[in-house]
Design a protein around this ligand. Structure first.
Ligand code: HEM
Length: 227
């Protein structure tokens, strides 16, 4: 097993599997966050956030899914650095670096930007909701149940800080671009590289990437335009 993981292909397979696993986290995350734009009273979003924070199964699954991010990012950074060491001239050439808009060539750069976004993002919401608390989170009662006012915290950021809107919009696009390449590439790494299937998987990857990019960007964009 350790030989498999230390071999280049073993590391790529592991990265592919964690990447595919992360898609399920992102899907759940996007679905819940979209409630922010379908109900300006915030009741639906607060109920969903409360459900996520209190449901035992989700409480077990969420940290596992979230730690998938850390593993995926560290692992992919390691593989890329190893590749750079093995092929220093190829990666240093302007040809490789300048095509930043091609996700296939720049998974590392996109991944790095997503990592920077994630650190900021965790401080924006997760740290306040789980560790430090915040006055905007003061409990409210919805249908007789007391819960944190997560909507007030999240909507306050998007309503009052245009720079954050921009950062979140761009990050949504980066996540989408990253997926358009990562999704089919993961299947190829796992061994599914029949050309008919590859065509279908590339189509599906573009579709999923597009849905994530539009979905995540739509949330800050909505607050930017409406409020
Ligand atoms: C408009 C877009 C987004 C909104 C409104 C949003 C909102 C939130 C909120 C409110 C939390 C805290 C949840 C809690 O602790 O109960 C959170 C946590 C988190 N978000 Fe996001 N998020 C967005 C985009 C993203 C994106 C694009 C990613 C990944 C690239 C991401 C990854 C995470 C992770 C890993 C956590 C910590 C684990 C968790 O608590 O679920 N988020 N997000």
């Amino acid at each position: 097993m350790s030989n498999f993981l230390s071999a280049s292909i073993g590391r790529k397979v592991f990265m592919s599997l964690t990447g595919l696993f992360l898609l399920s986290f992102l899907f759940l995350h996007l679905t819940l966050n979209l409630l922010l734009i379908f109900d300006d009273t915030g009741i639906l979003f607060n109920q969903a956030a409360h459900f996520m924070a209190t449901n035992p199964l989700i409480r077990i699954m969420e940290p596992i899914l979230a730690s998938g991010f850390i593993i995926h990012i560290i692992w992919s950074g390691w593989i890329t650095l190893e590749n750079m060491k093995a092929r220093p001239t190829g990666y240093a050439s302007g040809d490789q670096l300048l095509k930043w808009w091609e996700p296939a060539k720049n998974m590392f750069i996109l991944g790095g930007m997503i990592l920077i976004f994630l650190v900021l993002h965790i401080f924006n919401f997760w740290v306040k909701m789980k560790i430090t608390g915040h006055e905007l989170l003061d409990p409210i009662t919805v249908s007789g149940v007391e819960m944190q006012n997560a909507y007030a915290l999240v909507s306050n950021l998007f309503k009052n800080y245009e720079l954050y809107d921009l950062i979140y919009i761009l990050s949504g696009v980066f996540v989408g671009l990253h997926i358009t390449h990562g999704f089919w590439s993961a299947f190829q790494t796992i061994g599914l590289n029949n050309s008919n299937w590859m065509k279908r998987l590339k189509c599906l990857a573009n579709f999923i990437g597009f849905v994530f990019a539009i979905g995540f960007s739509a949330i800050p964009l909505y607050f930017l335009i409406k409020f």
